[in-house]
Ligand binder design. Structure first.
Ligand code: CMC
Length: 439
């Protein structure tokens, strides 16, 4: 085992499993911070048993240097830097560099990175035809799943995953083209012409102009709103081995085309338990409508038979306030102030819902706190995006996390095709009978 790739063997530590009177020793590994892991890689060979962990609640699938979460403390670090500090002092493109390369760039490195990304912002002109093949009322995440997958048919010079340079070019292309493709999905859905990228603008300002400019008049980006969206992108940039990132890693573990892997991540992100929660949270706030109905919805959320959950609440890893939700709440206030929105009724509903839920025994006992999606919907709607674009914006920001994790996996000497095992509970072996002989 190589210390630098898979964490140090935890000195003098091993786990012992006693099974049918026979003891099996399993080595343990330590990371830089966080829980140790028991290496069960030889468990089947030594005992004939698998581990069973649906939803991977206790299973580390890889070692990674990119993002660290302490869910009990409510801590999130990108390459060691706290999310609050990055959200305050950095910008999204710098965070992209950090996630991709491991360190913050100096001025020269940043300028070069910015130039490289801006030179990849256009998509192949033929890509526009893919968009026009969709119904106008298609969900933009459906469009994104298809069109990002279609990129794999275009950029043949950056799909050799064994070539380091090609891997980096594919990464740059993904980061650069996602805003363009997301804005095209949006423009198509509202029947407006696609707007080409403007490389003189910053990453997020350019995205806003591609979404909201029209060819017939000049569009001036509001710097406060651009900064707010940039911060929202920082908050969403990576989140270690979440469902969509694990999907990208699993798809990539077979050696698949990188653009196709990202399309797989987008498909996974769409679900309401994951990235789709921001859209679902705003739908819920709208449905509640007024502060006086909050208690009724909290009651419903506690009733298992109702099938209703508070969207934007709870998290697999955070058993404390999601640190991103705090920054998001602040950003929400900033955006509403900048737009002169006073007394936004949905913000009132959200604040009251949070207040009541955080005092409620059910939520306290289960450690359910607002997550990033709780306030993001109100903020994104105020920025001018329709609900069905919310998860698309999440995808734009998460692309750097996906591609950095994909690259890390390909470059990890321990990487093997991802292939979970199962507990088979189906019919035991039986003999086939021709149809006329069946009862
Ligand atoms: N409202 C009411 N009860 C909840 C909620 C909620 N939002 N979330 C969890 N619970 C209850 C759940 O019923 C269960 O109760 P019990 O132990 O009595 O069966 C307990 O809390 C644990 O829930 P779980 O479903 O076993 O937990 P999980 O780790 O599998 O699920 C989650 C995590 C995020 C899918 C879940 O909390 C949820 O569905 N939240 C709402 C959707 C949401 O906001 N998702 C965004 C996640 S953050 C952004 C992202 O990663 O994309």
């Amino acid at each position: 085992m190589n210390d630098t790739t898979a964490g140090k063997a935890a000195a003098d530590k091993a786990a012992t499993l006693s099974l049918n009177g026979k003891a099996s020793q399993m080595p343990m590994r330590s990371g830089t911070i966080g829980p140790d892991v028991i290496d069960v890689g030889k468990l089947y060979a030594n005992t004939g048993c698998f581990t069973y962990d649906p939803g991977f609640t206790s299973t580390a699938n890889c070692s990674s240097r990119i993002t660290y979460i302490d869910g009990d403390e409510g801590t999130l670090l990108y390459r060691g830097y706290p999310i609050e500090q990055l959200a305050e002092g950095s910008n999204f493109l710098e965070v992209c560099y950090l996630l991709l390369h491991g360190d913050l760039p100096n001025k020269g490195q940043f300028d070069q990175f910015r130039t490289t990304i801006s030179r990849h912002t256009m998509v192949h002109e033929q890509m526009t035809r893919f968009y026009t093949g969709f119904r106008r009322d298609a969900h933009p995440m459906a469009i994104m799943t298809g069109t990002v997958g279609a990129l794999s048919a275009f950029y043949h010079d950056s799909t050799d995953i064994n070539d380091q340079t090609q891997r980096m070019i594919a990464s740059h292309r993904m980061i650069a083209k996602m805003p363009t493709m997301a804005s095209m999905a949006f423009k198509y859905s509202i029947g407006q012409p696609f707007i080409y990228p403007r490389n003189d603008l910053d990453y997020t300002a350019n995205f806003l102009q591609m979404c909201f400019a029209v060819p017939c008049e000049p569009y001036v980006v509001n710097p406060i709103l651009a900064r707010a969206l940039d911060r929202i992108f920082i908050l969403h940039a990576d989140h270690e081995q979440n469902a969509s990132t694990s999907t990208v890693r699993l798809a990539g573990s077979s050696g698949a085309n990188p653009f196709a892997c990202i399309a797989a991540g987008i498909a996974c992100l769409w679900g309401p338990a994951h990235g789709g929660a921001n859209e679902a949270a705003l739908n819920m706030l709208e449905e509640i409508g007024t502060v006086d109905r909050v208690a009724e919805y909290v009651k419903r959320a506690k009733d298992k038979n109702s099938g209703f959950r508070l969207m934007g609440f709870g998290h697999r890893v955070y058993k404390n306030y999601d640190p991103r939700a705090k920054v998001m709440q602040k950003t929400c206030h900033e955006v509403l102030d900048a737009l002169g929105v006073r007394n936004e009724p949905l913000l009132k509903v959200a604040l009251e819902l949070e207040r009541i839920a955080l005092q409620d025994e059910y939520f306290i006992e289960k450690k359910l706190y607002p997550n990033i999606d709780f306030y993001s919907g109100i903020t994104l709607r105020a920025l001018g995006f329709p609900k069905d674009m919310f998860t698309v914006l999440f995808a734009v920001a998460r692309t750097v996390g996906w591609i950095a994790q994909w690259k890390e996996m390909i470059e990890d000497p321990e990487q093997r095709i991802g292939r979970p095992r199962q507990l088979y509970i189906g019919a035991p072996r039986r003999e086939f009978a021709a149809i006329e002989k069946r009862a």
